[in-house]
Design a protein around this ligand. Structure first.
Ligand SMILES: Nc1nc2c(c(=O)[nH]1)N[C@H]1C(S)=C(S)[C@@H](COP(=O)(O)OP(=O)(O)OC[C@H]3O[C@@H](n4cnc5c(=O)[nH]c(N)nc54)[C@H](O)[C@@H]3O)O[C@H]1N2
Ligand SMILES: Nc1nc2c(c(=O)[nH]1)N[C@H]1C(S)=C(S)[C@@H](COP(=O)(O)OP(=O)(O)OC[C@H]3O[C@@H](n4cnc5c(=O)[nH]c(N)nc54)[C@H](O)[C@@H]3O)O[C@H]1N2
Ligand SMILES: [Mo]
Length: 700
C-alpha cells in the first residue's frame, strides 16, 4: 500500500436539499475510502449532515441493485431474476414502440421522476429529450414546491430569487416560517446561529414544535394552513400603527393603499386570532418587532405551502418585506429558493421543441387518478420511473398502489435500491450513485455552480440515467446527435445567461465550485425594481385577477379545514402534518437502516388532550385513518403539538412498517390553489388505539 495512489476528488451531494454540499472523496486503488464536507466551500464549510456523512456505506451497500432484473412474481411481490442489459433495453424499446404504434399512441407512456439526484444531467437532460422525442405524455413535477413558487412569483415577479443566504449573519430578526431549518437546511441554520451570536432573534412559526422551533428564541404555534391570515394580521398592525416604510412602498410597490384597506378592514386581530389560533397580543408583538428590526429575513420553506391555500399563503407572506423595506438590506427580505439565480440553458438541455405540439401533461400528484384511467386522454399503459419512489412518496397511496398492480401496465424502474416502487416493476434497471457518474449542480439554497467528478467506476453493472437513455434512443433508432455524451451536455447547459458568463467546464473541473456572477453585495430587490409586469412588488396583482384569483392577499382555508368543514371534522377531527424525518431524505435512507428501529417504527405526535380523549398513552400503537386509507404509528406525547393537530414524521418505506402502508395512505390527491401543488399537510384523520401491530399478526 502506498499513499501515492490516493487521489482527492471533488463531488457534490446529490440530495434534494437546499444545501447542495461540496464533498471531497479520497480514492485509493479505485475505491472511495473517505468522504467529507468540502472545507473550501463557503456554504458547506467542511461539515456534512448525518445522512451524507455515511454515504459511502450507501455506495458500497450490499443492498445495491447491481444487475438488470425482470419480474418473475406477481406485481408488488418484488420477485425477479437477472436479465442482460441488452435484453432489458430491447424489451423496453419494443414495448414503447408497440404502444406508440397502437391507436392510443405514445401518450400512453408516462415518465415519472423527481429529484433523487439534483444533478442537472442526471435529473433533466436526456430523459426529457428521450420522452419528448418519443411523444410520451409530459409530467408536471408539482410534488414539492410549485404552489409556493407560483405564489411568490405573483408578488415578486420571480418564484426563485431571494436574499443571499451567506448574508444571513447580518440579520437582526430571522423568521423560520414553515421551515424546519435545523434539519432541512442545516448549513443555513449554522449561519442563523452566527447571527444570533451577534444579537439576532430567531422566531419560528409552525404548527409543530420542530427541532427548529425548540431551538428558536420565540416559537409561535399556528393552526395548519392559516399563515396568510397571520400575515394579514401583521399587516393590519403595521398599517394601523403607521409602522410601514412609506418611501419604499411608494417607490417599489403597487397597491399599497388597497392592501392597507384590506388588512385593516377585513383582518382585525380577533378574526385572525380565531383563524390561526394565535392570540392577538402575540400577533401585535410579532408585527411590531418585524417592523422595527433590520435587517430582517423571512425564511420561507416549502412546509407551509402543502395546503389547499398554500399558493396564496406564500403570495401573502411575500408582501411583508416590502411593507417594512426589508429588501433594502443585504441578507434582508425573504428567501424561498435561490435557484432562479442559475441561468442555465435548460431549453438546450431538455429540448421541449422535440415534444409534439398538443402533447398532454399529467400532474404527478394525480398519479393515482392517472393510473386508474380517470384523466382525460389515452390510458397510461407504460410507466418509466427514475429518481423517484412514488409507491412511498405520492399522495393517496392506496389508489397509486391499485394502479401499479394493474397487470396491463408495463412498468420500468431505474433505481439504486429495492424501494417500494421497485416491487411493482416489470423491469428493474440498476442506477449509479453520485460517485459513479458526472454531473453539474446548481442549488436552491446558495449561489455556487458545482461540478461532480466521477470518483469510482460504476458498481456491478450499474448505469447512469443518461447512459440508459442513450441506449434506449439507439434501440429506437433516434438520431445520435440528440443524445450526445455528458461533456457535450454540460457545455450546452453552461451556455446560459450573464450570471454564468465565464463559468466553463474547464474551470469547474479545476475549481469544483464557482460563485455565480452576482455582486459581492447581492441584494436582489434593494433598488426596488422587480421582474413583475409593473416592475414593482405587486401587492395588488392584475395578473392574479386575470388568472381568477383575488388580486389582493387573502386567506384561503385548507381543503380539509375543521372550521369551515365541521361535518368532515366530526368524523376526522385531527389535522395531520407529515414533514420529513431528519434521518431520511424523503424516502431515501428509509430502507438503508433496514434493521433499525426508526425505519420500522412510524410515530405520531399528539396533544395530551387528544390522546386522553382516545384513551392512548405515550408508546401505545394507534391506527390513523380517514376515508382514503390508514396506517399504524406509535404515539409520542411530548408537548410538540396543540390540540387538534398531529405530526407523523415521514417518509417510511411501506414494506418496512407494520400494516405495509405509510402516512401517504391517508394523504390526498387534491391540488393546492396554484400551479397544481401537492397538499400533503392538508389532511384530516381520526386515531384509535390498537394492539401492537408488530406482534399481532391478525392486524396485517
Ligand atoms: N433531513 C431532511 N432534509 C430535507 C428533506 C428531508 O426529507 N430530510 N427534504 C428536502 C426537501 S425535498 C424539501 S422540499 C425541503 C423541505 O424543507 P421544509 O419546508 O423545511 O420541510 P418540512 O419539514 O416539510 O416543513 C417545514 C415545517 O413546516 C411546518 N408546517 C406544516 N404545515 C404548516 C403550516 O400550515 N404553516 C406553517 N407555518 N408551517 C407548517 C412543518 O410542521 C415543518 O416543521 O427539505 C429538504 N431537506
Ligand atoms: N407525506 C409526505 N409525502 C411527501 C412529502 C412530505 O413531506 N410528506 N414530501 C414531498 C416532497 S417535498 C418531495 S420532494 C417528494 C420526494 O419524493 P422522491 O423524489 O421520490 O424522493 P425520494 O424518496 O428521496 O426518492 C428518490 C429516489 O431516487 C433514487 N435515486 C437517487 N439517485 C438516482 C439516480 O441517479 N438515478 C436513478 N434512477 N435513481 C436515483 C433514490 O435511490 C430514491 O429511491 O416527496 C413528497 N412526499
Ligand atoms: Mo421537496
Amino acid at each position: 500500500m502506498s499513499l501515492s495512489t490516493d487521489k482527492i476528488i471533488k463531488c457534490v451531494c446529490p440530495l434534494d436539499c437546499p444545501d447542495t454540499c461540496g464533498m471531497t472523496v479520497k480514492v485509493r486503488d479505485g475505491a472511495a475510502i473517505d468522504l467529507r464536507g468540502d472545507k473550501n466551500h463557503p456554504f458547506t464549510r467542511g461539515f456534512l449532515c448525518g445522512k451524507m456523512a455515511r454515504y459511502l456505506d450507501r455506495v458500497y451497500s450490499t443492498d445495491r441493485l447491481v444487475r438488470p432484473l425482470i419480474r418473475t412474481g406477481r406485481k408488488g411481490e418484488g420477485r425477479f431474476e437477472p436479465i442482460a442489459w441488452d435484453d432489458a433495453l430491447t424489451r423496453i424499446a419494443e414495448q414503447f414502440a408497440a404502444i406508440a404504434a397502437a391507436p392510443h399512441g405514445p401518450q400512453a407512456i408516462l415518465p415519472y421522476s423527481y429529484y433523487g439526484t439534483m444533478g442537472k444531467l442526471q435529473a433533466n437532460s436526456l430523459d426529457r429529450r428521450f420522452f419528448h422525442r418519443l411523444g410520451a405524455s409530459k409530467l408536471d413535477r408539482t410534488i414539492c414546491a410549485s404552489a409556493g413558487g407560483a405564489g411568490y412569483e405573483y408578488t415578486l415577479g420571480t418564484g426563485k430569487l431571494g436574499a443571499d443566504p451567506l448574508a444571513v449573519p447580518n440579520c437582526r430578526l430571522i423568521i423560520n416560517w414553515g421551515s424546519n431549518t435545523v434539519h432541512t437546511n442545516s448549513h443555513l441554520w449554522s449561519l442563523m446561529i452566527e447571527a444570533r451570536k451577534k444579537g439576532a432573534t430567531i422566531v419560528t412559526i409552525d404548527p409543530y414544535k420542530s427541532p427548529t422551533a425548540t431551538r428558536s428564541d420565540w416559537y409561535i404555534p399556528i393552526r395548519p394552513g392559516t399563515d396568510a391570515a397571520l400575515a394579514l394580521g401583521m399587516m393590519h398592525v403595521i398599517f394601523r400603527e403607521g409602522l410601514e416604510d412609506r418611501e419604499y412602498l411608494d417607490r417599489a410597490t403597487i397597491g399599497a393603499d388597497k392592501l392597507k384597506a384590506r388588512a385593516i378592514g377585513d383582518y382585525p386581530l380577533d378574526r385572525v386570532s380565531e383563524i390561526t389560533g394565535i392570540d392577538a397580543e402575540t400577533i401585535g408583538l410579532l408585527a411590531r418587532r418585524y417592523a422595527a428590526e433590520r435587517p430582517s429575513l423571512i425564511r420561507l420553506n416549502y412546509g407551509l405551502q402543502r395546503h389547499g391555500g398554500g399558493g396564496m399563503a406564500v403570495r401573502t407572506i411575500a408582501c411583508l418585506p416590502a411593507l417594512t423595506g426589508a429588501w433594502r438590506d443585504r441578507g434582508g427580505g425573504a428567501l424561498l429558493t435561490t435557484s432562479g439565480a442559475f441561468d442555465f440553458n435548460m431549453n438546450a438541455l431538455t429540448r421541449p421543441d422535440l415534444s409534439p405540439p398538443e402533447t398532454r401533461t399529467i400532474n404527478m400528484n394525480s398519479l393515482g387518478a392517472a393510473l386508474a384511467g380517470e384523466l382525460p386522454g389515452p390510458p397510461v399503459q407504460a410507466l418509466y420511473v427514475y429518481n423517484c419512489n412514488p409507491a412511498a412518496v405520492a399522495p393517496d397511496l392506496m389508489k397509486v398502489r391499485e394502479g401499479l398492480m394493474r397487470e396491463d401496465l408495463f412498468t420500468v424502474v431505474h433505481e439504486l435500491f429495492a424501494t417500494d416502487t421497485v416491487d411493482y416493476a416489470d423491469i428493474v434497471l440498476p442506477a449509479t450513485s453520485q460517485l459513479e457518474h458526472e454531473d453539474v449542480h446548481g442549488s436552491y439554497g446558495h449561489h455556487y455552480v458545482m461540478y461532480n467528478e466521477p470518483a469510482i467506476a460504476p458498481i456491478g453493472e450499474c448505469r447512469s440515467n443518461n447512459d440508459v437513455f442513450r441506449g434506449l434512443a439507439a434501440k429506437l433508432g433516434f438520431d445520435a446527435e440528440t443524445f450526445p455524451d455528458d461533456e457535450t451536455l454540460i457545455r450546452e447547459l453552461l451556455d446560459g445567461g450573464p450570471n454564468l458568463a465565464g463559468i466553463t467546464l474547464d474551470r469547474l473541473r479545476s475549481q469544483g465550485s464557482i460563485r455565480l456572477n452576482l455582486d459581492a453585495e447581492f441584494a436582489p430587490f434593494a433598488a426596488g425594481i422587480f421582474p413583475t409586469p409593473s416592475g414593482k412588488c405587486e401587492l395588488y396583482s392584475e395578473r392574479m385577477e386575470r388568472d381568477g384569483f383575488d388580486p389582493l392577499p387573502t386567506y384561503t382555508p385548507p381543503h380539509e379545514d375543521p372550521l369551515t368543514r365541521p361535518e368532515l371534522a366530526k368524523r376526522f377531527p385531527i389535522q395531520l402534518v407529515s414533514p420529513p424525518r431528519s434521518e431520511f431524505l424523503n424516502s431515501t435512507f428509509a430502507g438503508d437502516s433496514r434493521r433499525s428501529t426508526i425505519a420500522r417504527t412510524p410515530t405520531i405526535e399528539l396533544a395530551d388532550e387528544d390522546a386522553n380523549a382516545r384513551n392512548v398513552s405515550d408508546g401505545d400503537w394507534v391506527e390513523v385513518h380517514n376515508n382514503r386509507g390508514r396506517f399504524f404509528a406509535k404515539v409520542e406525547l411530548k408537548g410538540s403539538v396543540q390540540r387538534g393537530v398531529a405530526v407523523a414524521l415521514g417518509i417510511h418505506w411501506n414494506k418496512l412498517v407494520p400494516g405495509g402502508l405509510n402516512v401517504n395512505g391517508t394523504t390526498s390527491q387534491a391540488l393546492a390553489d396554484m400551479a397544481g401543488g401537492a397538499t400533503f399537510f392538508d389532511n384530516l384523520v381520526e386515531i384509535r388505539p390498537v394492539p401492537d401491530p408488530t406482534t399481532t399478526e391478525t392486524i396485517r
